[in-house]
Structure formats: C-alpha cells, structure tokens
Design a protein around this ligand. Structure first.
Ligand code: NAD
Length: 296
C-alpha cells in the first residue's frame, strides 16, 4: 500500500502539530477544519512555528519551504479525504462527532485508507460502531507538542486490523516517533499513570505533606521526572485534567482516581493553569512560571 497522503481532521492544538510533523516528514498533507478562517489561522501558525525553528538554526530554510509546499488546507471533508492513504482525526473529544465524521470518511475516502483517531479517552470500539469496516479504525495517540514529543500510543480496538496497525507503525516511523502497542482501555498507558500521580500530588498538598513546589522538586530531583506533577497539570490545563480523572474514575471505579477536592476547587475558581495565567502556580504575561507563586 502506498502511504504518502495524510489528511488531518481538526486543525486545533493537536491537528496543527500533527500536520506540521507530517509535512516535515515528507507526507503530502491536507489539513481539514470546519471553516476556511480556522484552517488559515492554523496554517499561519504552522508557518510561524517553522519560521522560528529556521531562525534558531534548528530547521533549514529550504527544508521549510519544501515542507510548506506539501501542506494544503480544506473545509470540505469529502474533498479533503478523497485521495487520502491515512486519516488522522483530531477533532473535539465527542463520541457522536467522531462517529459522524468517520462515517462520512468511509463514504468518501479510498478503500485502502486507514482511519486513525487521536482520541485521549474514547474507546476505539465505540467510535468504530459507526463504520461498516471496523477493522480500518485504530488509535494513533500523539502528545502535545507533537513535533517535540517522541511517543505515539498505538491503540488497538478489538477489531482493529493488523493492516491498520502496520500502516500506523509506518506513519510513526517516518515521523521519527517511537510507538507502544496498547489494548483499548481507559486512559491507555500514559494518561492512566499520569492521572494517578497528579491525584496523589493534589492529596499530599491537601494534607499539607509538602508545598506544591517542593513536591515538584522532589519528583524532578528524586525520581528524575522531567516535570513536577503541578507544573504538568498547569501545562495540560486543570479543567482538562479534571475531565480526564472524572472519566477515569467512572470507568475504572478505583478510589485513587476520584477527582481531588482541591483540583475541583481550583477549576471552579477559574484557575485553569498556564493558559489562564494561574493554576497551581502563577504565570507572567509571557507564560513563564513565577517562582514562589504556588499558593493554593
Ligand atoms: N490537547 C492535548 O494535549 C491532546 C493530547 C492527545 C490527544 N488529544 C485529543 O485530540 C483531539 C483534539 O484535541 P485538541 O486539543 O487539538 O482540540 P482543539 O479544541 O485544540 O482542536 C479541535 C479542532 O477541531 C475543530 N473541529 C470542531 N468540530 C469539527 C468537525 N466537525 N470536523 C473537523 N474539525 C472540527 C475545531 O475547529 C478545532 O480547530 C481530542 O480528541 C483530544 O482528546 C488532545
């Protein structure tokens, strides 16, 4: 099977990062979103980020031009997937929306095209219910920021085919990513462990075991984590984490996943993390963490 044309659905945080990675890896890439204004903003963002890489000497200007020439945008779903060898869906985390989108893809995309979903929490088998050929759907779970993060979790639904699996490994290999194969399950591998560490960190803070900055310092220097759990939750967004632990708690029914009260309170107060200027820590207007600002 030729694997040269990728269509990315959704041009938000993840879709834009995936499209950038795809064009830098030599794939002809169509980036789809619901309006031309959204795709234009997203494409400008990709261009801007690549230009900064060139300024910093991390990317060759000729390579940037060649990569950008491989990018096209579309707000017409059927046209966007018509010639795709592989579709990577990164639209909002809503089951009905993903099902409806893949149903339309199945009617419009070539028969050999593999369907990858970047869902973080939804079961592959649930999305696949909308398809006639369920084997072609697989999870291709990227991490933010996509051009930088090295892992892809390849998530197998009960009916995901080996053809879809090997195509996904091929996409990952050409993007320079490492993969792990995961059976569909709540939180896959990374989110399930990360939520647990985050919950425990919030509980320790509630109990007054140590300050947030000391818990972060302990995990970084004592356990070699690249980021502390509070720096991490501020980066991903406290609201996003709360949604995540709520759905994990519901699915796994384990007390350790119950959303911590402190996390609920901070979200209710609008302290959503770096994006809102304040989460566990405070951030200056450039988004830099203000040391010593971890009062909760
Ligand atoms: N943000 C993360 O760190 C992260 C990490 C891994 C996986 N994910 C998953 O990736 C997916 C996208 O997340 P995101 O953070 O990029 O969201 P986002 O809100 O930044 O982007 C979603 C994009 O989808 C577009 N969209 C809305 N409806 C659409 C439709 N019907 N068809 C096509 N596009 C549509 C929106 O206009 C927006 O540009 C979600 O499933 C999320 O769970 C997110």
């Amino acid at each position: 099977m030729t694997l040269q044309r990728i269509t990315v659905l959704g041009s938000g945080t993840m879709g834009a990062g995936i499209a950038q990675t795809a064009i830098q890896s030599g794939f002809d890439t169509v980036l789809f979103d619901i309006t031309d204004a959204i795709t234009a903003t997203s494409a400008a963002g990709i261009k801007g980020r690549m230009a900064r890489l060139v300024e910093k000497g991390k990317l060759d200007a000729t390579a940037m031009e060649a990569a950008l020439a491989r990018l096209s945008v579309s707000s017409d779903l059927e046209a966007a997937v018509r010639n795709a060898d592989y579709i990577i869906e990164a639209i909002p985390e809503k089951l009905a929306l993903k099902q409806e989108t893949f149903e339309r893809c199945e009617a419009a995309a070539p028969a050999h095209c593999v369907f990858g979903t970047n869902t973080s929490t939804i079961m592959i088998s649930s999305i696949a219910e909308a398809l006639k050929d369920r084997g072609r759907l697989i999870g291709i779970h990227f991490f933010n920021p996509v051009p930088v993060m090295r892992l892809i979790e390849v998530v197998m639904g009960p009916e995901s085919s080996e053809v879809a699996h090997s195509a996904t490994l091929e996409v990952a290999r050409r993007m320079g990513k490492e993969t792990v194969r995961v059976k569909e399950s709540p939180g896959f591998t990374t989110s399930r462990i990360n939520a647990l560490i985050g919950n425990e960190a919030f509980r320790m803070l509630e109990e007054g075991v140590a300050s947030a900055s000391d818990i972060d310092k302990a995990l970084k220097l004592g356990l070699n984590h690249p980021m502390g759990p509070f720096e991490m939750v501020d980066l991903v967004g406290l609201d996003a984490r709360l949604n995540n632990v709520r759905s994990l708690f519901e699915a796994l029914k384990l007390e350790s996943y119950r959303p911590p009260q402190l996390l609920e309170r901070l979200v209710a107060e609008g302290r959503l993390g770096r994006k809102s200027g304040r989460g566990v820590y405070r951030y200056d207007p450039k988004g830099t963490l203000i040391p010593g600002s971890d009062e909760v």
